[in-house]
Design a protein around this ligand. Sequence first.
Ligand code: C5P
Length: 232
Amino acid sequence: MTQSIKFWAIVPAAGVGKRMQADRPKQYLELAGTTVIEHTLLRLLQADIFSAIAVAVSKEDPYWPELPLSKHQTIITAPGGKERADSVLSGLKAIREQASDDDWVLVHDAARPCITTEDIHYLINTLVNDEVGGILALASADTLKQVQGNSITGTLDRSHIWRALTPQMFRYGMLKAALEQTQGNPAITDDASALELTGLQPKIVEGRPDNIKITRPEDLALAKFYIDQQCL
Ligand code: C5P
């Protein structure tokens, strides 16, 4: 008898978020009455599809144990790593006893609190029968320039350029193998790039533009605006 496929979420949350210039990592900054990471996790829980959500946090993180969600029965804490990819791998290892190689894993940045259940379900429904999996992405609205120093050396054909968002959805076994094979490679800035380097071609699924990543101080006000709009 074949076992039914499960869905797992991995949330890398061990970054320091230097560009925020704040007194704490950006995932713990206040956003619309709670913290950034609580918005993110509540939305993943609302999707009502994950067997568990593994959150990778820094070992020295004093904020995470204080959040009630850190004790939620569906949430598992994993140690964060040096780079985002190391944190994701650590999250995968935290569920290895329960997960099968063919199960789907959705990796979602803690710093993307505006993710909607609609986009999570759309990604899953689009890719659930795919061989490799793929990512939410956005077409580029701006014209894109190639630059050396401050001089423009060319204009890219933007019909071939997409911005990678999260969640990124891959099979447990394939993702773990790709991250292990590419560990330490600075070119791995998301999960898809690890699979690409092993010769695979993940798909893109068009996501919502309000799924922003909190990176700079002004992003918090924009995220609050989107969250208020989504709740109308
Ligand atoms: O820094 P950036 O915004 O690109 O990080 C994306 C996500 O990866 C954030 O949620 C951050 O907390 C996480 N991260 C991590 N471990 C690291 C670096 C980043 O979990 N070593």
